[in-house]
Design a protein around this ligand. Structure first.
Ligand SMILES: Nc1ncnc2c1ncn2[C@@H]1O[C@H](COP(=O)(O)OP(=O)(O)O)[C@@H](O)[C@H]1O
Ligand SMILES: [Mg+2]
Length: 317
């Protein structure tokens, strides 16, 4: 099978996927999205990698797009879909997963638990919401990753300062109830094709309320409870994503979802492969190959998601 790992900057992880596919006997290639260009015509979509026409060369595309490439990357994926090539994630799911607020609206539509989250247009609007959210609170950039762009405001004055700074920078952000009892720990569940294949608990080591490994957090294997597993799988189905890293915190009242990462890392010293011993790269390739076979045998839509009819659609989603 001709497999393309459509890559941006997660070099180590993408290389693992490439090696796993090659070891399984596939003809796999890693293409950086920066080298992809395309021509849109109504009868013959064309896709180039550098100067080579790859429109009909590939059987499966596995997107691994980091945040800065969501727009360009999803347009490229759509072009592959137009040329009847199997794409392992739908462009809509990748876009949705990148928008923390809109993702929460999809979780809300299913009645899934997450910390109360507020958005307003003006600093005065945020002040008004603070009555519902309470302090201390979290102020979060909508497109934050790896714990950057997330602040803890202990009181309204601190919130005002962060809100006004983000406002001046033209950034989009939300405020969120701080789950104090979970401070410094969270759980990452790795989902592939509607199954939780591995999970780990992450703890910050220096008193930071953020447990991200990128900030020095340490991980250990974790066994999800039945309820946690149900919530995690329902969250990925709500977003329509096949491979995801779902983050949640354990509040006194039960699990609270934080986010669904649509291009999750799995390598590294504190990464989920090393910590749990589960071969994530193999599992992703096995899942994709099974899907590709179904796709070409039964001609179903590319990037078929686990559950396509999404209860209620929110905002402009
Ligand atoms: N509402 C919250 N209450 C308590 N801790 C939180 C909350 N939101 C985020 N955190 C902590 O901050 C970390 C980063 O937040 P998250 O929403 O996952 O963003 P990122 O995309 O940057 O990882 C989480 O892993 C968790 O440890
Ligand atoms: Mg996170």
């Amino acid at each position: 099978m001709n497999i393309c790992i459509l890559s941006t900057d997660q070099v180590k992880d993408d290389q693992r996927l490439l090696n796993a596919a090659q070891q399984k006997g596939h003809n796999a290639e890693l293409y950086n999205i920066r080298d992809i260009s395309m021509v849109l015509t109504s009868d013959k979509p064309i896709i180039y990698w550098r100067d080579q026409d790859i429109t009909k060369r590939l059987d499966a595309i596995i997107p691994r797009l980091n945040v800065n490439f969501t727009d360009y990357g999803t347009n490229v994926l759509q072009q592959f879909i137009c040329s009847q090539t199997y794409v392992s994630e739908s462009p809509a799911a990748l876009r949705l997963g990148r928008d923390k607020l809109k993702s929460l609206q999809y979780l809300l539509a299913r009645g899934l638990p997450f910390p109360a989250t507020g958005i307003a247009y003006t600093p005065q609007g945020f002040r008004q919401l603070a009555k519902t959210i309470g302090t201390p609170m979290i102020v979060k950039l909508i497109e934050s990753t790896e714990g950057t762009g997330i602040f803890l405001a202990h009181n309204l004055k601190e919130m005002d300062n962060i809100v006004k700074t983000f406002g001046q920078l033209g950034a989009s952000y939300v405020i969120q109830s701080f789950i104090a009892e979970a401070a410094g720990t969270d759980v990452r569940a790795f989902v592939i094709g509607g199954k939780v294949v591995a999970a780990m608990c992450r703890r910050s080591q220096d008193g930071d309320f953020r447990s991200n490994v990128a900030l020095g957090g340490r991980s250990e294997p974790y066994q999800l409870t039945a309820i946690e597993e149900e919530i995690v799988l329902s969250a990925t189905a709500a977003i329509g994503i096949n491979v995801a890293g779902v983050d949640f915190v354990r509040a006194d009242s039960g699990p609270m979802l934080l986010e669904v990462n649509v291009s999750p890392d799995f390598t590294g010293d504190q990464g989920i492969e090393k910590v749990t011993g589960v071969n994530i790269a193999d599992a992703i390739i096995d899942h994709v190959v099974a899907q590709v076979c179904n796709f070409y045998e039964h001609h179903y839509t590319s990037a078929t998601v686990l559950e396509s009819p999404r209860g209620i659609l929110c905002a402009d989603g």
